[in-house]
Design a protein around this ligand. Sequence first.
Ligand code: PRP
Length: 182
Amino acid sequence: MRGDIERILIDEEIIEKRLDVMAAEIERDFPQGNLLVIILLKGALVFAADLLRRVPRQLELECLNVSSYHGGTESSGVVNFLDRSFPEVRGRHVLLLDDILDTGRTLHAVAERLRTEGAEAVHTCVLLAKERPREEEVNADYTGFVIGDEFVVGYGLDYQGRYRNLPFVGVLTLDAIERGGA
Ligand code: PRP
C-alpha cells in the first residue's frame, strides 16, 4: 500500500498537532450540554475518532452514511443518503464532521437536511478543504488544512474503497490510479 503513494502531503505528526488545536477551539466555542456530533461515513471516521478523543466534554455521537464519489477520483455531483433512518436533531446544536470539503455538495446537502429536520444550529468541521471554487455556497467553521486541488487518500480518505487506513494524507502514484485501487 505504501508503495502506491507518490508523496506524503500531511504526515501523522502534523495532523496530530493540528487536531490538538482544533479540539481546543471546539471545547472553547461550545457551551456544555446539548452538543450532537454527526460523523459523515465513511471518510470522516479516522478524523472523528482522533479529534473527539481530544475534546474533554459531554457530547453525543451519530453517524450518517452519505456518498457522492462512488469510489472514484471525482465527485459524481449527486449526494445520496444511504441510511434508512435519520438521527433526531430537533432543537440540537449539531457539529458536522467530514474528512474533506471539495465541491461543497456533501456538506451543503447534509447541513440543509439537518436544518430541515429542525436542528437549532449546524456547525461544520473538516480535516481538509480543497482550495477551489465550490459548487455550493458552504464554508467549514473549523478547517484542519487547506490543500491544493488534487486527489488525496489516507487518514480516512479512499480510492476505490482502499487506503483509508494510511496514517497520513498522501497523493497516489499515477500507476496506482490507473490500476483502479487493485
Ligand atoms: C467524499 C468525502 C466527502 C465528500 C466531499 O465522500 O468523504 O464527504 O466526498 O466532496 P464534495 O465536497 O465534493 O461533496 P464519498 O462520497 O467519497 O464517501 P466516503 O466518505 O464514504 O468516502
